[in-house]
Design a protein around this ligand. Structure first.
Ligand SMILES: Nc1ncnc2c1ncn2[C@@H]1O[C@H](COP(=O)(O)OP(=O)(O)OP(=O)(O)O)[C@@H](O)[C@H]1O
Ligand SMILES: [Mg+2]
Length: 229
């Protein structure tokens, strides 16, 4: 749907601050009269969360994350990157973290590529970011050097139709179901967002941080007491 990126950014700010923790400053700037883009607002929030979690991990002793949203006119874009013509909305996400080598950059978006300890990362974060942005017809540029931070630039094609105000959340039960869903996710924040989304859709949910600790028979659990959060 035609989406107002500024609205999504403002709506996600609290979640992003929680994800980043106290030692990382977050600053968000949205240009006035930002054009709408065609994307799912929930998916865009997940993209921002994935980038913020990576930035947090790259700044173990704190730092700064800036997110700037602005318009890029067709002529400018074509001149800068030799891209196909069209107007874009640009999201620049910049951290002051450890940065990365060319070797890491070369594999960044591959599913399961991670430099984190076993159990600390699945390597699916940026693969899902890539998929979500590609779905909008957009693309991503990365600039990074070891010790010099990282900048992700996301380009989303402008949508000519005006942004829709997100509809109010449907009453529980009108979408979704009542089955029990097992959520396996090691990051506490992503786990809590997933649990919230499923709860809104009416599902029972049970969670585990890793597969080996997941309950073997979820179906049987669903008929007994409610799962704990
Ligand atoms: N902002 C960043 N600064 C430095 N390195 C980064 C940054 N973002 C990603 N990386 C590197 O890219 C790798 C892949 O990132 P990706 O988000 O796909 O997986 P992950 O963070 O390792 O695991 P997951 O997101 O599934 O928890 C990371 O392991 C890290 O080496
Ligand atoms: Mg990640």
């Amino acid at each position: 749907m035609p989406t107002d990126v500024g609205l999504v950014l403002r709506g996600s700010e609290k979640l992003l601050r929680r994800a980043l923790g106290e030692d990382v400053d977050l600053s968000i700037t949205v240009a006035p009269d930002l054009w709408p883009v065609l994307c799912d607002p929930g998916q865009l929030e997940q993209v921002l969360l994935n980038l913020a979690l990576n930035a947090r991990d790259a700044m173990p002793r704190g730092g700064r994350l800036t997110i700037d949203a602005g318009n890029v006119r067709a002529a400018e874009a074509a001149a800068a990157h030799g891209e196909r013509p069209g107007d874009w909305v640009r999201l620049v996400v910049r951290d002051t973290g450890v940065g990365m080598t060319d070797e890491v950059k070369a594999h960044l978006f591959e599913p399961f590529f991670t430099t984190k300890e076993p159990g600390a990362g699945t390597g699916l974060g940026l693969a899902s970011v890539y998929g979500a942005i590609a779905q909008t017809g957009g693309h991503i540029h990365v600039e990074s050097e070891p010790g010099r931070g990282t900048t992700f630039e996301l380009r989303l094609p402008r949508c000519e139709r005006p942004a829709l105000t997100p509809p109010p959340l449907p009453a529980p039960g009108t979408v979704g179901g009542t089955e029990t869903i097992l959520v396996v996710e090691d990051d506490p924040l992503v786990r809590s967002v997933t649990r919230r989304t499923l709860a809104t859709a009416g599902y029972q949910r049970t969670t585990a941080t890793r597969l080996s600790s997941a309950p073997r028979n979820t179906a049987r659990r669903s008929t007994s007491s409610s799962p704990t959060w």
